[in-house]
Design a binder for this molecule. Structure first.
Ligand SMILES: O=C(O)CCC(=O)C(=O)O
Ligand SMILES: [Fe+2]
Length: 270
């Protein structure tokens, strides 16, 4: 069994696994590899169909302004509860409805994140479950819409313990993000990975504003241009960014995955 403590950033290799397997999942969770990138994880024609309905979905809103107000998302992800008790209560009350609503966008087929949920359950030594915070069900499967020209994600990281003091969040030792891309423009929309965590000053800046000024940090260790249908998973504890795409929208479906080592089930949420 692997240790529950992730390797230090200094040991993160830039290796990318082309497949999601029990071994690659364990290697990603312990930072022995930088990412998992599965091409054609989801059929492109299905992806295209859902992009159309995503662009006009009634629950399409934007992330709050300290985060990434230029990026659209369908249903409220946990990060937008912003430590507010009422927003947190609404998030949990609407969670199952939101999961079912997103699933219905893919009907009669399995959504990419539903497919991923099953694989995690089958591959992780102790299985995988939908996250509960203070015993309350979370949402998973947010679709993200980057509009041409306007949308990008500056260098940032994502850690659930910075969004809640729920004990279930504090126990997680590593956080992975999984994105299945439904539409990616030819130019732009690149994913940048730095393979290191932000330092204290960078963390404070990320929490205060949308992300770091790329000019203030070193160039990324890895740049990946995803294609429609691809699944990419990497540690969201480490710095990452998405470059703007000038001409076409970039649409993906995402889930966070929390780990506390192989002796405990994975948990997933948006
Ligand atoms: O859209 C992407 O490629 C990655 C977005 C991101 O910041 C994340 O999944 O945490
Ligand atoms: Fe992120």
């Amino acid at each position: 069994m692997t240790s529950s403590t992730p390797a230090t950033s200094a040991t993160v290799s830039a290796r990318i696994s082309p497949e999601l397997t029990p071994d690659s999942l364990l290697d990603l969770s312990t930072r022995k590899i930088a990412a998992i990138h599965v091409e054609d994880f989801y059929p492109k024609d299905m992806a295209r169909r859902v992009v159309k309905s995503a662009m006009t979905h009634e629950a399409l809103g934007t992330y709050r302004k300290e985060l990434a107000s230029s990026v659209g998302r369908i249903h409220t992800p946990h990060v937008d509860t912003a430590w507010d008790p009422e927003l947190t209560d609404a998030y949990h009350r609407q969670a199952v409805h939101a999961v079912h609503d997103v699933r219905s966008m893919f009907h009669p087929y399995l959504s990419p994140i539903d497919h991923l949920r099953l694989l995690l359950q089958e591959f992780w030594p102790t299985g995988a479950n939908l996250l509960r915070l203070n015993g309350r069900t979370c949402f998973v499967g947010a679709l993200r819409v980057f509009t041409p020209g306007a949308s990008q994600l500056l260098p940032h990281n994502d850690r659930l313990y910075q969004e809640t003091d729920a004990p279930e969040a504090r126990r997680l030792t590593e956080q992975i993000t999984a994105n299945v891309y439904l539409q990616v423009p030819e130019t732009g929309g690149d994913l940048h990975l730095w393979l290191r965590e932000p330092d204290q000053a960078e963390t404070e800046r990320i929490l205060a504003v949308e992300g770091l000024d790329p000019g203030t940090i070193e160039p990324p260790a890895l740049t990946i241009h995803p294609r429609a249908g691809d699944l990419i998973m990497f540690s969201s504890s480490m710095l990452h960014a998405v470059s703007p795409s000038p001409f076409e929208p970039r649409v993906g479906m995402a889930a966070f995955i929390g780990s506390r080592g192989a002796n405990y089930p994975l948990v997933f949420w948006s």
